[in-house]
Design a protein around this ligand. Structure first.
Ligand code: BG6
Length: 479
């Protein structure tokens, strides 16, 4: 028996800057991803100092070609539809549509690509969920005005969002305003186009950028609904489930503090005002934000659904001796003081695997906001081996998904209203954190390596046939 409601949305998610390549084609200009080498060649430093990185010539830029989705999208959509997807989450590259600041009209050549892609996806039976900004603030904004530090980005964003809302008014129903908006605190370049190199008060700049994005997000909700009242416009965070290391109240308090860093964003987007704890945090840090007249009113327009990505969980402690065992590779711990969890194993990249954490997160978010939720990303980055006859036996990925889908079903049984589930990287693509190809998430293997060698030919993995079966049974058959 299926735990999933009729009409549940099953699919997968990609992002323009990790999928398309063609980084300067048809009038596009650069995105932050386009100035970065991979991890082994200075990605971390470049992420921290993007303006410096811009002036530096690296040997290889993974996103410039990526998996060449710009020229393979037809084949890719058919492969995705072949799994029975009824939703495809994608993003639209801002610098393809508005390659320069202050443009009155969008770049028609850039829009033409998405026109065709969206038309074909709909024909193949897929709903579309567009992420308006998936780690993709154009480089012109980074250079000109330090990205979202400047509130001029609110109008630039609304011009971009408004163009998409009008253009795809009848084709796209689901929208996310910003991918993992809370990540701007940890990945300021990806999240908000910020270079904090010489910034005397980076915390203030990040929260100013956050404010500007929250206002832009709320205004986009108002604008979108005025164009099509049926639009479902959602928020999104990187959803991390954190546990207290011990029953020591200080550990529990530390978890609450850490979770609030992320909840701050949907608290504003789904409840329509700044939570008191955020106001106190800003005061305590002597941060006085530039809040314009009308901003607080604008924030009142709240999202239709709350979405999140889910990969991992963390364990938090205040005890310095235990902190010494910090799992540096873990996704959750790299943004906080999280330590090892003896009950859980981890991926090849050290990301802790915790399916029950997904159920907990779903319940938490639904309890907190009482709005439908959407799991916008979930997946396993792993080292795949392709056999001579073009097969990938990725039983570990099937295990991962089985366990997470089971927990998602249980959360729905708990009472959570969940609209859908888009797996991350239904097709192998460039990793955001490392720039690698070898960190593969897909049900579809792409012949391309970390140095850009390969034919870009696509092969289906064992997990492809498995997910197809799951979708066909509406989540009942996960064996
Ligand atoms: C999410 C992002 O943080 O995690 C995706 O929204 C990203 O863009 C995904 O690809 C997985 O992370 P990574 O670093 O393994 O690509």
């Amino acid at each position: 028996m299926s735990n999933f409601p009729d009409g549940f949305l099953w699919g997968g998610a990609t992002a323009a800057n990790q999928y398309e390549g063609a980084y300067l084609e048809d009038g596009k200009t650069m995105s932050p991803m386009d100035i970065l080498p991979d991890l082994a060649h200075g990605r971390k430093e470049a992420l921290d100092h993007p303006i410096h990185a811009l002036g530096h010539l690296y040997d290889f830029y993974p996103s410039h070609t990526s998996i060449d989705g710009y020229h393979h999208w037809k084949e890719d959509l058919e492969l995705l539809a072949g799994m029975g997807f009824n939703i495809y989450r994608m993003s639209i590259s801002w610098s393809r549509i508005f390659p320069r600041p202050d443009m009155d009209q969008p770049n028609e050549a850039g829009l033409a690509y998405y026109d065709e892609l969206i038309r074909r996806a709909r024909e193949l039976g897929m709903q579309i969920l567009v992420t308006i900004n998936h780690f993709d603030t154009p480089m012109w904004a980074v250079k000109r005005n330090n990205g979202w530090a400047d509130r001029c980005m609110i109008d630039e964003y609304l011009k971009f969002a408004g163009t998409l809302f009008k253009r795809y008014k009848n084709q796209v129903r689901y929208w996310i305003t910003f991918n993992e908006i809370n990540m701007l605190l940890h990945y300021p370049l990806f999240g908000a186009g910020l270079d904090l190199t010489n910034d005397p008060n980076p915390t203030r700049t990040k929260y100013q950028a956050a404010h500007n994005q929250l206002v832009a997000s709320a205004k986009a909700v108002t604008l979108g609904h005025s164009i099509n009242p049926r639009f479902m416009i959602g928020s999104m965070i990187a959803g991390i489930c954190n546990y207290a290391y011990s029953s020591c109240p200080d550990d529990v308090l530390a978890v609450q503090r850490t979770m609030r860093e992320s909840y701050f964003f949907p608290d504003v987007q789904a409840r329509g005002s700044y939570p008191l704890y955020a106001q106190r945090f800003l005061e305590k840090n002597n941060i006085c934000l530039d809040i314009a007249e009308g901003d607080i009113d604008a924030l009142r327009d709240t999202v239709d659904f709350v979405s999140f990505s889910y990969y991992s969980s963390g364990v938090i402690t205040c005890d310095p001796r235990i902190k010494a065992h910090k799992t540096s590779a873990n996704f959750a711990s790299s943004f906080s003081d999280a330590v090892d969890n003896p009950y859980l194993s981890a991926s090849d990249w050290g990301w802790v695997i915790d399916p029950v954490g997904l159920r907990i997160t779903m319940n938490e978010l639904y309890d907190r906001y009482n709005k439908p939720i959407f799991i916008a990303e979930n997946g396993l980055g792993a080292k795949d081996i392709i056999t001579d006859d073009g097969k990938v036996h990725d039983s570990y990925r099937i295990d991962y998904y089985r366990d997470h889908i089971e927990q998602m079903g249980l959360a729905i049984q708990d009472g959570v209203e969940c609209l859908g589930y888009t797996t991350w990287g239904p097709i192998d693509l460039i990793s955001v954190s490392t720039g690698q190809m070898s960190k593969r998430y897909g049900f579809i293997y792409v012949d391309r390596d970390d140095n850009g060698n390969g034919t870009n030919e696509r092969f289906i993995k064992d997990s492809y046939l498995w997910y197809k079966k799951v979708i066909a049974s509406n989540g009942a058959d996960i064996a």
